[in-house]
Design a protein around this ligand. Structure first.
Ligand code: ZN
Length: 130
């Protein structure tokens, strides 16, 4: 254990991005075993080598930058999905309108009859039935 720690000293180690690369490699291996697409297997090996290179890399600054990029992309995707989910789950109690001027999405409660909506972004007023 001590030797491993000595070996890993100054090296980047396992991070989310390496984990993701390994998962992709595993999935590619599975797909290639079902479909006999051998190039996927080769690609999986290359990915494993790449993940290994990142784990043992001594250029930690560069690796941290890569991981940061990966995490921000993932968080961006998660944020988008969250927004879609909120839009779907909110349709029972709320209605969504687009501002005619700046295209901002505006959420208004349902069942209020004809109401005047003011865009929070550009202050444009428009009337809609909810
Ligand atoms: Zn607007």
């Amino acid at each position: 254990m001590n030797q491993l720690r000595k070996f890993m000293y100054g090296r980047h180690g396992f991070d989310q991005f390496s984990q993701f690369i390994l998962w992709v490699a595993i999935i590619l291996t599975l797909i290639s075993s079902f479909t006999r697409l051998d190039f996927l297997n080769i690609l999986a090996y290359l990915l494993i080598i790449f993940a290994g290179y990142r784990v043992f890399s001594k250029n930690t600054k560069q690796r941290i930058r890569e991981n940061y990029k990966y995490v921000s992309v993932i968080n961006g995707i998660k944020g988008k999905f969250g927004k879609i989910k909120r839009t779907i789950s909110g349709t029972k109690t709320h209605k969504y309108y687009l501002c005619p001027k700046c295209k901002q999405t505006i959420r208004v409660p349902k069942g209020k009859g004809k109401i005047c909506i003011t865009c929070p972004k550009c202050k444009t007023e428009f009337t809609k039935r909810t």
